[in-house]
Design a protein around this ligand. Structure first.
Ligand SMILES: [Fe+2]
Length: 343
């Protein structure tokens, strides 16, 4: 459980008020590459970035309460039935969007393509289109349709990578190693074949992570919004190419005022900004995730079940640890450069 230190947070936020405009705006500008005034002219979501400002405790605490209320709603839990994944009805789509707007995450299930993986791939692509998503994958393992099959694999391009093994995957958001301008903003995970044992997922709204961390210490949020907060070094890829170093913030605000999160709980091949507050912030965030949260979702997908989300924090337990041969667990992953439309 997390300790809510609202009074301490309010006090610290008050202290930061005087520094707000001198500290936050340069960070914001560096993160987004735009000054907020430019956004004011064009965006209908002009005030959405207010909650993220360290200087605006009023809007922040209003937003905070609303978010926690939405995350607690019983109608935001469980699966949305989608009859034809390729053509969600207006009411199905409205419910999917509503949940994404309120919690950044929606679980769904559909019998589409359960017996036919080619059909399922087609339907997933159509589903993404119906939700206004633009496929992002130029991933080495993506098929031409931009869909990655996550399954245990010894293929040269996949061997040794945890997603293609039975091993547990630590907390992360997808594409944390991408350049800030190529962030993954949404994704779908769709289970075609579950593991025999294990292979559970947990999901946590990045906005909840922001709230928990800011409740703990607003300075920690400030530190993780720094443009050089987290560095992932360059990496030689199996195809001989080199993925360049990725330097950027953990929390950032996009041009529409939406919060974005870039994070991995890995401890190797990652460098945190050489600053004591940043180190404490990273350690606290990792600890909060490991402790668990009542508003975290934990489940083991069955065939035909999936999640559509605005790239929320997630992990995976290991699976089939006690059997000689791994099961045929197969999860399709599709990533996108934009958020679920309307959320
Ligand atoms: Fe992932």
């Amino acid at each position: 459980m997390f300790e809510c230190k609202e009074k301490a947070a309010q006090k610290s936020v008050g202290f930061l008020f005087a520094l707000g405009f001198s500290i936050f705006l340069p960070i914001y500008g560096a993160v987004t590459g735009k000054h907020r005034v430019e956004n004011q002219a064009n965006s209908p979501q002009i005030n959405k970035d207010l909650p993220w400002k360290m200087s605006t405790d009023g809007p922040y605490f209003e937003w905070r309460q609303r978010r926690l209320t939405n995350l607690n709603k019983s109608e935001n839990v469980g699966f949305v039935a989608v009859n034809d994944l390729a053509k969600p009805t207006d009411s199905e789509r409205a419910e999917l969007v509503r949940r994404c707007r309120e919690t950044n995450t929606v679980l769904y299930h559909s019998d589409s393509g359960v017996q036919d993986q080619d059909r399922l791939r087609h339907d997933l692509r159509a589903f993404a289109g119906a939700m206004g998503l633009m496929i992002a994958e130029g991933h080495r393992s993506a098929d031409p349709d931009g869909i990655v099959a996550l399954t245990v694999s010894d293929k040269p391009a996949q061997r040794g990578f945890i997603p293609y093994s039975r091993k547990a995957m630590n907390w992360h958001t997808d594409g944390y190693y991408n350049a800030p301008e190529h962030q993954i903003r949404a994704m779908i995970l769709h289970c075609a074949v579950p593991a025999d044992n294990g292979g559970e997922n947990q999901f946590l709204d990045p906005e909840l992570a922001y709230i928990r961390l800011r409740d703990h210490n607003p300075d920690f949020v400030q530190a993780l919004m720094h443009p050089q907060a987290m560095t992932i070094p360059e990496n030689a890829e199996a195809d001989g190419s080199v993925r360049p170093v990725s330097i950027g913030p953990v929390f950032s605000v996009d041009q529409d005022g939406q919060l974005a999160m870039r994070y991995t709980a890995r401890t190797r091949s990652i460098t945190w900004r050489d600053d004591e507050t940043t180190r404490q912030a990273a350690a606290t965030l990792q600890s909060l995730l490991e402790q668990g949260d009542p508003l975290m979702q934990s489940l083991r997908f069955e065939a035909g079940q999936g999640v559509l989300c605005n790239n929320v924090l997630h992990n995976r337990t290991g699976f089939d640890a006690d059997t000689e041969k791994a099961s045929d667990r197969l999860v399709f992953r599709v990533r996108f450069h934009n958020r679920v439309k309307g959320s």
